[in-house]
Every structure is written in structure tokens, then in C-alpha cells.
Design a protein around this ligand. Structure first.
Ligand SMILES: NC(=O)c1ccc[n+]([C@@H]2O[C@H](COP(=O)([O-])OP(=O)(O)OC[C@H]3O[C@@H](n4cnc5c(N)ncnc54)[C@H](OP(=O)(O)O)[C@@H]3O)[C@@H](O)[C@H]2O)c1
Length: 253
């Protein structure tokens, strides 16, 4: 089998059009450009989100000598396997999935409708499960790279560990993601696939809409969340970071 160690890693980022996923994509490209000339230089990115124009703008900004950047637009709720299939078709393998796509509808418990519930669970639970399952299968079947078969990072939330008012459907979905990832860690430890759950507190992204400036000043940035996720890709083959919890310096909003 060909030695993959010196080829650029293949990284699929969902939710790459905005917010945390976009910051991850930009950070990965910046890191690849900074390392040009190193033994394992460059990166192969596959960026996924719903909005084609977001992805096209990002591709135009990132594509270059050190960065091969493919994009795929689609709704995970309808086509949960589309990003991983696109990644495998373009690059033939997947070294890391960084799953940032997620939704939330924030309103009182008694105001959440069946449609709100369905909307949230289809993306955050059903699509996430199917995407992760397909990705894991591809990683398990592929030749290891630097002693590892792959890494799956999922952005859950501190709402996966503590309740928030106005967040009944969101917390439901995030606690469920956490449960899935805890089970996947059992398999990942056996198969040489790292599973990382990232639990951010409030980071100012388009998900929040308009916010008063004093609240924004208290929040993290998308880059604050993205940077440790990018750093977690560079561990030796002997180690795995399984959880990252990030909060604003002065605590939750
Ligand atoms: N921001 C925070 O404070 C915070 C805190 C804790 C956890 N999180 C979690 O972090 C993740 C990212 O949040 P964010 O703040 O970066 O959100 P965001 O700014 O709203 O960006 C979300 C991205 O995910 C994509 N996306 C959402 N649903 C999708 C679907 N069904 N199919 C395909 N793409 C989809 C969006 O695409 P389009 O824009 O094209 O629709 C967008 O590119 C979410 O899981 C969120 O729950 C966020």
C-alpha cells in the first residue's frame, strides 16, 4: 500500500460556511500555509454547509499552493451522507471529520412546536448519527496515516452537560450527541480512531443573531473555539484528547 505519511491530510469540515466551522476552515488553511516546506505540508479540505455562496467565497479565499479546497452545498437533514461521500470521491480517504453543522431554536418549553422538535432533531441527532457512522466506517477501512485511522471532532455544547431555559429541544439534541460520542469512544479506542467532543459555551457567531454589544464583549469568538480543535489534530499517535470544554473567561451568559 502507498505510504500516506507525507501526503497532506484530508479534512472534512461541516458547517464551514459560517461561525465555528468557518473559523476552523480558515485556521486549517492558515496552518497549512505557515507549514509550507515542512515534511507533511499542505491540507486537503472538503467544506460543507447549506449556502453555496458562503462556500464559494470561502473556497476562493482559501484555495492555493498549500490548500486544496473542495466544497459541497446541501442540507444534512435531507442528505446526511453527502459531505462524506463528496470527500471520499474527491480525495479517496478522510483523515479528520470536524462536524460543526448544528441548529437550535430557542424559545420557552411550552412554545416549542412539533416542527421545532423535528427540525432540531433531524440535523443534530439523525443526520449527525448517520454522518458519523458513515465516516467512521470509511476511516476504519482505510490505511492508517501516521499510526492513526482518523479523527472525528463534534461540536456539541455546554448545553450537553447543563440545562438552559429556552433550550429544551436544543439541550435534548446536544445531550443525545454527547451520548453518541461517549459510545463511539469505546469503539474508537479499539480501532485507532480519535473521537473528540468539543463543548463550547457562548461564542458570538451568526447563530446568535443580533446581540447587545456588552453581551458580545463577554462572549468568545469563533476563533477561540476553533484554535484548540485545530491543535488537537497534531497529537502524537500515542494520545487522544477526548473532551474540550471552553467557556467565556467570565463564565456563561
Ligand atoms: N455559537 C455558540 O455560542 C455555540 C455554543 C455551543 C455550541 N455551538 C454549536 O456549534 C456548532 C456551530 O455553531 P455556530 O455558532 O458556528 O453556528 P452558525 O454560525 O449558525 O453556523 C452553522 C453552520 O452550520 C451549517 N448548517 C446548519 N445546519 C445545517 C444542515 N442541516 N445541513 C448543512 N449545514 C448546516 C450552516 O449552514 P448555512 O448557514 O448555509 O445554513 C452554517 O454554515 C453548532 O452545532 C452549535 O450548536 C455553538
Amino acid at each position: 500500500m502507498p505510504d500516506k505519511r507525507s501526503s497532506p491530510p484530508v479534512i472534512l469540515v461541516t458547517g464551514a460556511g459560517k461561525g465555528i466551522g468557518r473559523a476552523v476552515a480558515e485556521g486549517l488553511a492558515a496552518r497549512a500555509r505557515a507549514r509550507t516546506g515542512a515534511a507533511a505540508s499542505g491540507v486537503k479540505l472538503l467544506l460543507a454547509a447549506r449556502t453555496q455562496s458562503d462556500l464559494a467565497a470561502l473556497q476562493a479565499a482559501l484555495q492555493g499552493d498549500a490548500v486544496d479546497c473542495g466544497i459541497v452545498a446541501g442540507d444534512l437533514a435531507d442528505q446526511p451522507l453527502q459531505p462524506v461521500e463528496a470527500c471520499l470521491e474527491r480525495y479517496g480517504r478522510i483523515d479528520a471529520l470536524i462536524h460543526c453543522a448544528g441548529v437550535g431554536r430557542f424559545k420557552d418549553f411550552l412554545e416549542q412546536t412539533p416542527e421545532d422538535l423535528e427540525f432540531t432533531l433531524r440535523t443534530n441527532i439523525t443526520a449527525t448519527f448517520l454522518l458519523l457512522q458513515r465516516t467512521y466506517a470509511a476511516m476504519k477501512a482505510q490505511t492508517p496515516r501516521d499510526g492513526m485511522r482518523g479523527q472525528i471532532q463534534v461540536v456539541t455544547s455546554i448545553a450537553a452537560e447543563q440545562p438552559f431555559a429556552q433550550s429544551s429541544t436544543y439541550c435534548l439534541s446536544k445531550y443525545a450527541q454527547r451520548g453518541l460520542l461517549d459510545v463511539m469512544k469505546l469503539y474508537g479506542r479499539q480501532d485507532g480512531i480519535r473521537i473528540l467532543e468539543v463543548r463550547p459555551g457562548a461564542a458570538y457567531t451568526p447563530m446568535w443573531g443580533e446581540m447587545p454589544p456588552d453581551q458580545v464583549a463577554r462572549m468568545m469568538t469563533a476563533d477561540d473555539v476553533a484554535q484548540p480543535m485545530i491543535d488537537a489534530l497534531s497529537l502524537s499517535a500515542h494520545a487522544s484528547i477526548e473532551n474540550i470544554t471552553l467557556r467565556p473567561l467570565h463564565g456563561d451568559l
